[in-house]
Design a binder for this molecule. Structure first.
Ligand SMILES: Cc1ncc(COP(=O)(O)O)c(C=O)c1O
Length: 384
C-alpha cells in the first residue's frame, strides 16, 4: 500500500510511472454481479445483515466449497467477512493468547505476522528457498512447531511467489501436523482459481480429511472475480471456531454489506467464463514478464505457477550503484532507485519477509508489463 501511494504521489506530480505494486485485478467486476447488487439495493436489502453472512450467500459458499474442492460444510460452518483479511483477523484474534506462536512460511503476505502480533502472539518464520520453488520444507515446519504453536499458515497459490503446492508435498505437511494436535491450520486459498495451467487447486482439508476439524479454509471473491472493492471474503471450518470468529467480527465491524453479499452470491453461482478468461490473461502476462526479467543479468526468476505475482531475486545486483548515483545495498534501496530513476514501482522483498527480492504484480495490462520490463532491464544495464 505504501509503495502504491508513493507511486501515485509521483504520478500526480506529472511523472510517467508504471506501478506493478498492487495485487488488484484491473478487470471489471462481472456484469451479473453488478446487476445482482443493483437489484438487492432496489429491493431494500439495505438493513443490518446477520453477522456471519446472509443465509443465501452462505448456502452458495457451501455449494462452492463442494464444487471446487469436494469439501462439505453446513451453513453454520461458514463465515462471511469484510474481505478475507477480516476472516484472518477474526481467526487469529479469536484464538491467540499472549505468548502463543504462529508458524508462517516466508516470504509471506504480511497480514499474518502483523495480526498475530496484534493478538500478542509471536510469528515463527520458516524460510522457503527459491531453489525449493518457494515451498516450505515439511521438516522445517516440524522444527518450527512447539507446544505453544496455535496456527500454521499455508497460502497457495502464494502471494508473493506464485508457488503452488503439489498434493504430495501438502501430504507431507499434513503428516507433520498430525503430530501437532494443538495446532490449527489456516489454508488461505485466495488465489485458488488462478493456477496458470488451469489445474484445480489442491487444498489441505480435502486431501487430509482427518485434519479437517482443525483446518480453516479461506477464500473470497476479490481476486477470482475482480471484486477487491466489494470486501467479501469467507471461510469454512469447524463450527466452534467459526462461532468464536463471528463473535470477534460482531464486535469489530458486524456483518458485510448485504448489497456486496448479493454481488458475491451472483459471482459464485453465475457463469465462470470470466474467471477462465482472466486466468488465461494472468498466466500469459506472468510468463511474459518472468521470461523478460529472467534475461536480466544478476536477476533470478523462478517461474510462478499461480496467482499474479513474480518474485525475482536480485542478489546479483546488490552492492552496485545506479546510474543516478544511488547505492543499491538492499532490495528497498533497489526499489526506491528504480522508482525514482526508471519510473517503475515494485514492492521490495523485505515487506514479505524475504530479501533480496522484489515482487512484481502482473495484474496489470500487457502494455504496462512489457514497458515496465524494458525499463527495469535498462535500469539494471546501467548499474555501475
Ligand atoms: C494471500 C492473500 N490472502 C488474503 C488476501 C485478502 O483479500 P481480501 O481481503 O481482498 O478478500 C490477500 C490480498 O491481497 C492475499 O494476497
Amino acid at each position: 500500500m505504501a509503495a502504491t501511494a508513493r507511486a501515485r504521489a509521483l504520478a500526480d506530480q506529472g511523472r510517467d510511472i508504471i506501478s506493478l505494486t498492487l495485487g488488484e485485478p484491473e478487470f471489471p467486476t462481472p456484469p451479473h454481479a453488478l446487476e445482482a447488487a443493483h437489484s438487492a439495493a432496489l429491493r431494500g436489502d439495505t438493513k443490518y445483515p446477520a453477522v456471519a453472512g446472509t443465509p443465501a450467500l452462505k448456502a452458495a459458499i457451501c455449494r462452492k466449497f463442494w464444487r471446487d474442492s469436494k469439501l462439505v460444510f453446513a451453513p453454520e460452518q461458514v463465515l462471511v467477512g469484510n474481505g478475507a483479511r477480516q476472516i484472518i483477523f477474526d481467526a487469529l484474534i479469536a484464538t491467540l493468547d499472549e505468548g502463543d506462536e504462529v508458524v508462517v512460511p516466508t516470504p509471506y503476505w504480511n497480514a499474518y505476522p502483523l495480526i498475530a502480533r496484534m493478538a500478542g502472539a509471536r510469528p515463527i518464520f520458516v524460510d522457503c528457498a527459491e531453489s525449493d520453488g518457494f515451498l516450505p520444507h515439511p521438516e522445517a515446519i516440524a522444527q518450527a512447531v512447539s507446544p505453544r504453536t496455535k496456527w500454521l499458515v499455508l497460502n497457495f497459490p502464494n502471494n508473493p511467489t506464485g508457488a503452488v503446492c503439489p498434493a504430495r508435498h501438502l501430504q507431507a505437511i499434513a503428516d507433520v501436523m498430525r503430530r501437532a494436535p494443538q495446532c490449527w491450520i489456516m489454508s488461505d486459498d485466495m488465489y485458488e482459481h488462478l493456477i496458470h495451467d488451469g489445474t484445480p487447486n489442491v487444498t489441505l482439508a480435502a486431501i487430509a480429511p482427518d485434519l479437517a476439524e482443525r483446518v480453516l479454509t479461506i477464500s473470497g471473491v476479490s481476486k477470482t472475480y475482480a471484486m477487491t472493492g466489494w470486501r467479501v471474503g469467507f471461510a469454512g471450518g469447524p463450527p466452534g471456531l467459526i462461532q468464536a470468529m463471528a463473535k470477534v467480527q460482531g464486535q469489530s465491524t458486524g456483518g458485510v454489506s448485504p448489497i456486496a453479499q448479493a454481488a458475491a452470491l451472483a459471482a459464485l453461482d453465475g457463469s465462470q467464463n470470466d474467471v477462465q478468461h482472466m486466468r488465461a490473461a494472468y498466466a500469459a502476462r506472468t510468463r511474459l514478464a518472468a521470461s523478460l526479467l529472467g534475461q536480466i543479468e544478476g536477476v533470478t526468476c523462478h517461474m510462478p505457477q499461480g496467482a499474479f505475482y513474480i518474485y525475482p531475486g536480485i542478489a546479483g545486483l546488490l552492492g552496485r550503484v545506479s546510474a543516478g548515483g544511488r547505492p543499491l545495498e538492499t532490495d528497498q534501496a533497489f526499489s526506491d532507485a528504480l522508482l525514482e530513476e526508471a519510473g517503475v514501482a515494485l514492492v521490495h522483498g523485505a515487506a514479505f519477509g524475504k530479501s533480496p527480492h522484489v515482487r512484481v504484480s502482473t495484474a496489470a495490462s500487457d502494455a504496462s508489463i512489457e514497458a515496465a520490463c524494458v525499463r527495469i532491464a535498462r535500469f539494471c544495464d546501467q548499474l555501475r
